[in-house]
Design a protein around this ligand. Structure first.
Ligand code: MEV
Length: 331
């Protein structure tokens, strides 16, 4: 039997980090996906292949140990931390659905990625949600979208530590969402076009470490950081109104303010700043880092200037245009 599922990556337009503390965020699913194919294995273990990253891993079904294989098929003693990280998400997703321990045969799993890893574009959430959906399908298990998003969040908590359910919710539902921990996701109907360009640094960001850094800063300076998070809440709510009223200039200005506040939280880098200012210089109405920061990507909102911003960012780093995808997980 062969089953396949896929889920989109995401871009956060407003409210990353603040969302961990119960504040709202606005995020979109992007037209770049992770696809997971599961078929009966050629041996007793779970073999994972990620061709786009040249990653080959094996999960030992008896011990649960994960090892990376090098190009000769031998155990890699020094695997890259990003590669090990992805394997952890896959392993945790399989154990959430009990697939692996409940079978009398191994599995061959192939992950195909259109989303760059560690780029702040939700690659781990997309891999997690697609793995959960494919594993449930393999087992013939019915899962609601709500269950799937909840299980995905459990995986993120287990692997990464503190996290909000934002990334896994966007990857499950797709579309343009306003999200709070308390009320979940509400769809936004934008009254404007949202031409978006992503510029990504070559440094992957580690979400767990960055979220932990903000937690420590807040603990050290609660009277400064708490009001800052309150301002982020106001900003995201204001952005929601501007998006639904079609106020292009305000959306851009709010993105730029959000960038300043994220810098104050300590998650900006020199490389991200450089891309942010290049995008603005090329005519972006607004630009900010997107996702956890510390590396990863910026997102630029560039009505009427997509080509100029894309060319400018490509001249300094990697860049591509992203579309908003209404399609969430499919299986
Ligand atoms: C990461 O994509 C978004 C953060 O807000 C963390 C989270 O919400 O889990 C930085």
């Amino acid at each position: 039997m062969t089953v396949r599922a896929s889920a989109p990556g995401k871009a956060i337009l407003f409210g990353e980090h603040a969302v961990v503390y119960g504040k709202p965020a606005i995020a979109v699913a992007v037209d770049k996906r992770a696809s997971v194919t599961i078929r009966e294995g050629s041996n007793d273990h779970i073999q994972v292949k990620i061709p786009e990253l040249n990653v080959y891993g094996v999960i030992n079904t008896e011990t649960g140990d994960v090892s990376q294989l090098n190009s000769e098929g031998e155990v890699d003693q020094k695997p890259g931390t990003t590669d090990v990280g992805i394997m952890k998400f896959i392993k945790s997703a399989l154990s959430q659905t009990d697939l692996g321990s409940s079978l009398d045969h191994g599995l061959d799993i192939t992950v195909n990625l259109e989303i760059p890893i560690g780029a702040g574009l939700g690659s781990s959430a997309a891999i997690t949600i697609a793995t959960l959906a494919a594993a449930a399908r393999y087992k013939g298990q019915e899962l609601s979208l709500e269950n799937l998003a909840q299980m995905g969040h459990q995986v993120e908590l287990e692997v990464q530590g503190a996290a909000s359910p934002l990334d896994t919710t966007v990857s499950t539902l797709g579309g343009f969402l306003y999200f709070t921990r308390e009320r979940g996701a509400v769809r936004i109907k934008p009254a404007l076009e949202m031409p978006l360009v992503v510029g990504y640094t070559s440094q992957p960001g580690n979400t767990g470490i960055l979220v932990e850094g903000v937690r420590k800063l807040r603990q050290a300076h609660p009277t400064i950081i708490n009001p800052l998070l309150d301002v982020m809440e106001k900003l995201t709510n204001q952005a929601r109104e501007s998006i639904t009223r079609g106020e292009e200039k305000q959306v851009g200005e709010l993105m730029n303010i959000n960038q300043g506040l994220l810098d104050a939280l300590g998650v900006n880098t020199t490389e991200l700043s450089r891309l942010v200012y290049h995008a603005r210089r090329a005519g972006a109405t607004g630009s900010k880092l997107t996702g956890a920061g510390g590396g990863g990507s910026i997102i630029a909102y560039c009505p009427g200037k997509t080509r100029e911003v894309l060319e400018e960012l490509e001249s300094v780093e990697n860049a591509f245009q992203v579309g908003i995808s209404s399609k969430g997980v499919t299986w």
